[in-house]
Write a protein that binds this ligand. Structure first.
Ligand SMILES: Nc1nc2c(ncn2[C@@H]2O[C@H](COP(=O)(O)OP(=O)(O)OP(=O)(O)O)[C@@H](O)[C@H]2O)c(=O)[nH]1
Ligand SMILES: [Mg+2]
Length: 728
């Protein structure tokens, strides 16, 4: 049997130990169920480790080890200790952790030299009164036992420095412990405590107070007197927290505090004074209800570890936390400065040519009526074009208008600038009718480009606006119900207005203001420095149509904005319509576009090029280079380094696709989908004849929506098909 073998082996070791006269013996991890009586012969032994075995009892002969100073019996199955234990008069350290002890012998009190006693994880329900006799005891660990009381004699353990009674059922900290004024560590977690007694201030040598996993709702001011406290544990990730709800003010004055653990303490906010704890190195705030941190936290120069997982942090803080403590501090530092609230949004006017977009923006702005406005080329951006007041909240809202030219050539290019969240005015003229004004197509384009179901807060909010007149002028109606079915809550409402007479404008303004005010991102506070970045971007847009992202970063650095925030700032500027930055695209994120018309123009050069038209939309990349980097264009030249970016942009919006030409060494070529003629090629039927090697040919005649059975129009898909089939 292996255990007999273990026993014999132990016997041999004892025998040779005796012969050599050693003072230390290690019999741990031997799978012993019993110890040989011969152990008693090792009268010179000072150190004995019999941990990690299967021992249920100890031999009486153990008492003969009169020189023993250190005894480790942890991780065994002991239910009792031998009476002879008190003969170990030299014993200083006794480890009984992880056994099955239910009681301890009174004789324990005779171990007059004992300094360390570990009884963690046993079944103790009482402790002997004699415990108080251990006058040398410095460390007493009673963690995880079913103790309901402690013996009052403990009050005279005048050498005790560490008392660990976590995970018992004591209910309150007994008053006699107030005598232990030399105590440095007190662990009373997990004992169903409702209060911390006022006399705790007597324990003013305490350096560690661990009281997590209790029922504490507050801490008394008495805590303030624990001026040596370095570690305070009110919530610990292994055992849980306390239902504090807010951080007790008494902590404010614990100036030596280095570690504050607040895991799961139901905290909803943290006080500003937290920044006064200048020695704090570790702060665990996991599992609370925090959305933000006090800016003063940035002053904690010694803070090395901040844990914020499982809190509903605001997006800016969450993004900073992902980047690490320095980014969080940078976020807080900037927040500590004055803040500004951004009640601002991007307003985008879309619709066919001459439906009245520019006139509408002018009327909303309060401009005098202009009878025959020139057509808009590309896109005109009017920062701060109008200010509206939301009647419900009284909030003043600023809108940055983006007015697009409705001519055919630009229609698809506009999509490059469709962002969300934003307000879209889909404008049409009832004299021409909704079909001719392609209202549905415009809505589709907005939905297709600016709506991502996974980010519902960022959705476009569309108002369908009929110009040219009051009720009398309504010559044609729009099928509101069908549009609502198709576009759901992307459509905010339908309006009839007249930009010339002002009819209906007030109602439209109210809806715009109300809609903007309800966008979750509107009303957020950003550091005041954000405004300086914005001004710098505006200044720069006077001279530059675009800048690299690196230049944007250095522009932030010039305004003393921390680089960890540059990305967030670019995202906000993009959202509000101050620039265009595709932060999540690997190719496109390297540039920020300050003048959108500059980009529209680049694309129109391709769309209007006679050569490209003649090729039915096929364009070699070398031709793109010629068009964009044409020396004759002067200021309108687009340097080589941008060409790949432009191509990527056009592909992103399905304006163009790369095509594989059949020739082996064909140069890189793209197809401008918009320039593919809609007329059917004369000899197309020839192309459908089977050729050698073909096994199948398919012709698409009509696309049906599987749900409704109606003919479906999938704009992106149509373009893709054009490209796939262009050879036929
Ligand atoms: N009576 C009346 N005329 C309008 C109204 N809106 C626009 N117009 C006229 O319609 C014409 C076209 O208006 P614009 O505002 O330039 O139209 P647009 O949609 O900006 O046109 P593009 O920039 O070419 O796309 C102008 O002659 C306006 O005077 C309106 O509400 N009532
Ligand atoms: Mg216009």
């Amino acid at each position: 049997m292996t255990q007999d073998k273990a026993y014999r082996k132990a016997e041999q070791w004892i025998e040779s130990a005796q012969q050599v006269g050693v003072t230390q013996l290690n019999l741990s991890l031997m799978n012993l169920t019993e110890l040989p009586e011969s152990l008693g012969k090792l009268s010179q032994l000072q150190y004995l480790d019999i941990s990690d075995n299967q021992l249920t009892t100890l031999p009486e002969s153990l008492g003969k080890l009169s020189q023993l100073q250190y005894l480790d019996i942890s991780d065994n199955q002991l239910t009792t200790l031998p009476e002879s234990l008190d003969d170990l008069s030299q014993l200083q350290k006794l480890n009984l952790r992880n056994n099955q002890l239910t009681t301890l012998p009174e004789s324990l009190g005779n171990l007059s030299q004992l300094q360390y006693l570990n009884l963690r994880t046993n079944q103790l329900t009482t402790l002997p009164e004699s415990l108080g006799n251990l006058s040398q005891l410095q460390y007493l660990n009673l963690t995880v036992n079913p103790l309901k009381t402690l013996p009052p004699s403990m009050a005279i353990l005048s050498a005790l420095q560490a008392l660990l009674v976590g995970g018992n059922q004591i209910g309150e900290i007994p008053q006699f412990l107030g005598e232990l004024t030399q105590l440095k560590r007190l662990y009373f977690w997990g004992n169903g405590l409702n209060t911390i007694p006022a006399w705790i201030d007597r324990l003013n040598s305490l350096e560690i107070l661990s009281i997590h996993a209790n029922q504490l709702t507050r801490l008394l001011d008495a805590i303030v007197n624990l001026q040596n406290l370095k570690i305070l544990t009110l919530g610990y990730h292994k055992e849980g927290g306390n239902p504090l709800k807010s951080l007790p003010e008494s902590i404010r004055y614990l100036s030596q505090l280095e570690k504050l653990e607040l895991y799961k303490c139901e905290l909803q906010f943290l006080p500003d004074w937290l920044g006064e704890l200048g020695n704090l190195e570790t702060l665990d705030l996991r599992g609370n209800h925090l959305t933000d941190l006090p800016a003063s936290l940035a002053q904690l120069d010694r803070l090395e570890e901040l844990q914020l997982e499982d809190n509903p942090l605001n997006p800016e803080l969450a993004a900073a936390y992902e980047q690490g403590l320095d980014a969080v501090k940078a976020y807080l530092r900037e927040k500590a400065e004055a803040q500004i609230v951004l009640n601002e949004a991007k307003l985008i006017l879309v619709g066919e040519g001459e439906v009245g977009k520019t006139s509408l923006l002018g009327a909303l702005r309060g401009d005098a009526w202009v009878e025959h406005r020139p057509t808009t080329h590309g896109v005109e951006v009017d920062i701060k074009s109008l200010t509206l007041v939301d009647a419900d909240s009284g909030t003043e809202i600023t809108l940055n208008g983006w007015d697009f030219g409705g001519q055919n050539i630009y229609r698809h290019t506009h999509q490059l600038f469709f962002t969300a969240p934003a307000i879209y005015l889909a404008v049409w003229n009832p004299r021409r009718g909704p079909a001719q004004c392609r209202v549905e197509e415009w809505l589709k384009m907005v939905k297709h480009r600016a709506y991502d179901e996974s980010r519902p807060d960022d959705k476009p909010r569309i108002l369908v606006v009929a110009t040219h007149g009051g009720p009398k002028e309504r010559l044609d109606h729009i099928d509101e119900q069908a549009l609502r079915e198709e576009f759901g809550d992307l459509i905010v409402g339908f309006h009839h207005i007249d930009s010339k007479t002002g009819y209906g404008l007030e109602g439209l303004e109210q809806t715009i203001a109300q809609t903007v005010a309800r966008i979750p991102q509107v009303g957020r506070a950003v550091p005041a420095r954000w405004k300086r970045v914005l001004d710098a971007v505006r200044d720069r847009s006077q001279t530059d149509a675009w800048i690299t992202y690196e230049q944007f970063q250095s522009l932030c650095a010039d305004q003393e904005v921390d680089l960890t925030l540059a990305k967030t700032y670019a995202a906000i500027l993009n959202e509000l319509g101050h620039l265009i930055h595709y932060g999540s695209d690997a190719v496109l994120r390297d540039i920020a576009i300050l003048k959108p018309e500059w980009l529209s123009k680049a694309i129109s050069f391709v769309l209007e090029d006679p050569q490209v038209k003649q090729q039915n939309g096929l364009v070699r990349h070398s031709r793109l280079g010629e068009l964009w980097d044409d020396p004759e264009r002067g200021a309108d030249r687009y340097p080589q380094q941008l060409h790949a970016v432009f191509l990527k942009l056009m592909e992103r919006c399905d304006l163009s696709y790369r095509v594989e030409l059949p020739e082996a060494d064909a140069p890189p070529t793209s197809l401008m989908a918009q320039l593919v003629p809609s007329r059917r090629p004369d000899e197309w039927e020839q192309d459908w004849l089977l050729r050698p090697g073909d096994t199948e040919r398919t012709q698409i005649c009509r696309i049906l929506d599987a749900e409704t059975g109606r003919t479906a129009e999938a704009e992106g898909l149509m373009y893709r098909l054009i490209v796939r089939l262009h050879r036929f």
